[in-house]
Design a protein around this ligand. Structure first.
Ligand code: NAI
Length: 457
């Protein structure tokens, strides 16, 4: 006899645990499987622990440069072991918070690896540790793993000399020479951390720019800032091979160079976890992930895929919203994802945050747009708090309709204020509407209002 549920959620990361909580609150009998630790990559080895590390780096950096603010600090050091211990405490606190939430909502949690076996009438059957469970609805939320390319030497040294997002957050010694392969989100955040705490950092990126799809003007400002802090960027460079203590790369003109490295971070993107799950047993289509429509439905009725596994936007906050959409679809409430107003943040110092279209995207898609930009130095709070620094706010609007299409920021608090811009895009606000919003003064957020005032109505 198997246990029968209304919904089975596979994967307890941000998408999965929120889906389980929302489903249980909606009155559905809900089962959540997690094979490692509740909270998934985000909470255990991604978003949260990296923010704990970056905050230690920020505190260290502030203490080192406190004299800029009339404060004297001497004998400032960083204790990497203590940083990692605090990070582990932060993770433990939040994981137990998720566990308590599941309990409070009445979700049945099974800490085992689940496998989809097939169907029993209208139900899907899932097994774990020799037991079978059934439900009419399945939510696949199995996340993603670091992509490991067939570069010679990478697999052999993985977890030891070559690190992924998992191991890089566990280093108790600061490497003297730290090389990053891939100048995307993970690579840049970890480059920023290790450069601040004293490593000699080199970032190898095969494109001619860092930070992937970020507005190009903003990403080149970030690059200049990081270079000023001592980070070397090798753009348009291909990684050829890795051997203990060395990374071989090819320059754009075909020259082979070796970079000495004590540790190498592999951050070249992520792959959806959709294999060995039994999806084929119920006919769910798989390509590079599990394809879904804007209602998070797969090709099989009753099966939803949310978060990194569907590959839309590999971001925890996207997974949160997808979780709500999937549960609403199950309970018969019409809902859908609107991916165009999905913010993203890179937590370097300065941090960058974006939502909506970039200038590059507008050009590529033939959108008739207008742009306004202002230096962060127009914000009183920014000047008061950021001695010698600068930043930028860029707003993009539709030239004819005058609604806001994109907002791109580099500077302090960017990640905390971008949601307001996302709300403007989501609500299709025009310039004349947005101008009427009152922003608190003095805040860095006012820079968005000031920049919008650069446009005619
Ligand atoms: P990514 O896709 O952001 O960046 C990977 C970079 O590696 C790209 O710039 C790519 O051109 C480069 N690359 C690929 N192959 C290469 C090679 N052989 N040699 C040199 N460069 C190469 O991937 P990343 O940084 O691994 O992040 C993975 C995911 O995690 C992303 O989807 C991201 O959204 C998410 N994430 C989000 C965070 C945030 O929101 N702050 C923080 C950390 C991760």
């Amino acid at each position: 006899m198997s246990d029968i549920f209304d919904v089975i959620v596979i994967g307890g990361g941000p998408g999965g645990y929120l889906a389980a909580e929302r489903a249980a609150h909606a009155g559905l009998k809900t089962l959540l499987f997690e094979k490692r630790s509740l909270g998934g990559v985000c909470l255990n080895e991604g978003c949260i622990p990296s923010k704990a590390l970056l905050n230690s780096a920020k505190t260290y950096d502030h203490a080192l440069h406190a004299n800029k603010y009339g404060v004297s600090c001497t004998g400032v050091t960083i204790d990497q072991k203590a940083v990692i211990t605090r990070k582990a405490k932060v993770v433990r606190t939040l994981v137990s918070g998720v566990r308590a939430k599941m309990k409070g909502a009445g979700v049945t949690v099974v800490m085992e690896e689940a496998h989809i076996d097939g169907r029993n009438g209208a139900n899907f059957t899932v097994s774990a540790a020799g037991k079978t469970y059934e439900a009419k609805n399945l939510i696949i939320a199995t996340g993603s793993s670091a992509a490991v390319p067939p570069i010679p030497g990478v697999k052999e040294n993985l977890g030891n000399f070559v690190l992924t997002n998992r191991e890089v957050l566990e280093l108790t010694e600061i490497p003297e020479k730290f090389t990053v392969i891939g100048g995307g989100v993970i690579g840049l955040e970890m480059a920023a951390y290790y450069a601040t705490v004293g490593s000699k950092v080199t970032v190898v990126e095969m494109l001619d720019h860092i930070a992937g799809p970020t507005d190009r003007e903003i990403s080149s400002m970030l690059q200049k800032d990081m270079e000023a802090k001592g980070i070397t960027f090798l753009l348009s460079h291909k990684c050829l091979s890795v051997e203990a203590g060395k990374v071989w790369v090819e320059s754009p003109n075909g020259e082979k160079l070796s970079i000495a490295a004590d540790k190498v971070l592999l951050s070249i993107g992520r792959r959806a976890n959709c294999m060995d799950l039994g999806l084929e047993n119920i006919g769910v289509e798989i390509n590079r992930g599990v394809p879904t429509d804007i209602q998070c439905r797969t090709n099989i009725p009753g099966v939803y895929a949310i978060g990194d596994v569907n590959g839309h936007h590999m971001l925890a906050h996207t997974a949160y919203r997808e979780a709500e959409v999937a549960v609403n679809m199950i309970t018969g409430k019409k809902d859908n994802m609107r991916y165009h107003a999905n913010p993203s943040v890179i937590y370097t110092q300065p941090e960058i945050a974006s939502v909506g279209k970039t200038e590059e995207e507008c050009k590529e898609k033939g959108v008739d747009y207008e742009v306004a930009k202002l230096s962060m130095l127009y914000s009183g709070r920014f000047v008061a708090e950021n001695e010698g620094a600068d930043g930028l706010c860029k707003v993009i609007i539709d030239k004819k309709r005058r609604n806001i299409l994109g907002v791109h920021l580099i500077g302090s608090y960017s990640g905390e204020i971008i949601w307001g811009a996302a709300a403007m895009i989501e609500a299709q606000l025009r310039v004349q509407d947005a101008k009427q919003i009152i922003f608190p003064h003095p805040t860095v957020s006012e820079i968005i209002r000031e920049t919008i005032w650069e446009f005619k109505d």
